[in-house]
Design a binder for this molecule. Structure first.
Ligand code: NAD
Ligand code: UFG
Length: 336
């Protein structure tokens, strides 16, 4: 039995699908602060499997301990967390409490219940401003915002834990830019309010919910002047968790990038989305967003070498799947 924290969220619902498809039993935990149960209902009907759901906060160590014991959990895939960079700048304590303290409570419950296998979702944001590219796992870690620092501190905490008790089996996964949706169009990203990230914003412009995209800067030192990111299909990302889990058969701590190794510019994303949707995406050029880097993409060779994982889906597929989800669910989970 796998405990999946953040199981009703965007990435969590796709990881849940992947786990169920691979034959794992799953118990999902979420405090529903940024998601709803609807995603899990979709996952159940898509997979034809049941998933038990506990409405709980990872900061509640007793509740987590009870779940670990009652459900016979053998490994935890930990995705629960707050993830908005701008919000973390105005509410840093909320981020440290939720992401760092929450993970401490979760891991303490795991220790008490003697469940010592953990996959943790970290982020490429821990690297900060790249000093070289592609970013490999040895690149210095200098996160530039409180959100990124919560991921950094959790990584350090897990390393210290492993040093002190080397029977733990820990995989730290640094995601690059997850986009897209399950090819069924039944599960996908359902941001609350104005989307912070590029793809959900572009999709909402394409469907007419927003007038135009603002591209934050076209004066970067890149081929077309716009920022470059390593967009990765969320279904590829989810399969990375399965590979990491199978790697946890032996004690150890492994840190791996989950990216494609290829960068795409903001304008390339806009053009690709226009092509797959047949809609035009009006845009304006705005000032650079504070804290943005020009170019960021992964060296994903370690994940391939250590646990046999490689992303396979193209940018066209990412946009096509994102668009299918947007078309089928114009109001996300709320309006369907
Ligand atoms: P999401 O907000 O859709 O999912 C996170 C889930 O965690 C939500 O369902 C939320 O309700 C839940 N949650 C938050 N705090 C909780 C708590 N204290 N107890 C229980 N549940 C709690 O976000 P996502 O995009 O699916 O991200 C999942 C993880 O991946 C996060 O940890 C995020 O930091 C990390 N990540 C995301 C991205 C990205 O671009 N989406 C990139 C890198 C890393
Ligand atoms: N962008 C725009 N307009 C928008 C939104 C984004 O031009 O309305 C641009 C950004 O300037 C950037 C690119 O699109 O050049 C990607 O921006 P996102 O906000 O989608 O993604 P980020 O790379 O800024 O950050 C994301 C997550 C972080 C995570 C990081 C990992 O938001 O939490 O990827 O690489 F840590």
């Amino acid at each position: 039995m796998i405990l999946l924290t953040g199981g009703t969220g965007y990435i969590g619902s796709h990881v849940c699908m992947a786990l169920l498809d691979a034959g794992h039993d799953v118990v999902a935990v979420d405090n529903l602060s940024n998601s709803s149960r609807a995603s899990l209902e979709r996952v159940k009907s898509l997979s034809g499997r049941t998933v038990s759901f506990w409405h709980a906060d990872i900061q509640n160590e007793e509740a987590i301990y009870e779940i670990l014991r009652a459900c016979g959990v053998t490994a935890v895939v930990h995705l629960a967390g707050l993830k908005a960079v701008a919000e973390s700048n105005v509410a840093p304590l909320t981020y440290y409490e939720n992401n760092v303290l929450g993970t401490m409570r979760l891991v303490s419950a795991m220790k008490r219940a003697n469940v010592k296998s953990l996959v943790f979702s970290s982020s490429a944001t821990v690297y900060g401003m790249p000093t070289y590219l592609p970013l490999d796992e040895k690149h210095p870690l200098r996160p530039t915002n409180p959100y990124g620092r919560t991921k950094f501190f959790v990584e350090e905490m897990l390393k210290d834990l492993y040093k002190s008790e080397n029977d733990w089996r820990i995989a730290i996964l640094r995601y690059f830019n997850p986009v897209g949706a399950h090819e069924s169009g039944l599960i996908g990203e359902d941001p609350r309010g104005t989307p912070n990230n590029l793809l959900p914003f572009v999709a909402q412009v394409a469907i007419g919910k927003r007038e135009k995209l603002v591209i934050w800067g076209n004066d970067y030192n890149t081929s077309d002047g716009t920022g470059i990111r390593d967009f990765i299909h969320v279904v590829d990302l989810a399969s990375g968790h399965l590979c990491a889990l199978s790697h946890l058969k032996e004690p150890g701590l492994l840190t791996a990038n989950l990216g494609t190794g290829k960068g795409a510019s903001v304008l390339e994303v806009v053009r690709t989305f226009e092509a797959v949707s047949g809609r035009s995406i009006p845009y304006a050029i705005g000032e650079r967003r504070v804290g943005d880097v020009a170019v960021c993409y992964a060296d994903p060779t370690l994940a391939a070498a250590r646990f046999g994982w490689k992303a396979t889906r193209s940018l066209t597929q990412m946009c096509a799947d994102h668009w299918r989800w947007q078309l089928k669910n114009p109001n996300g989970y709320g309006g369907t």
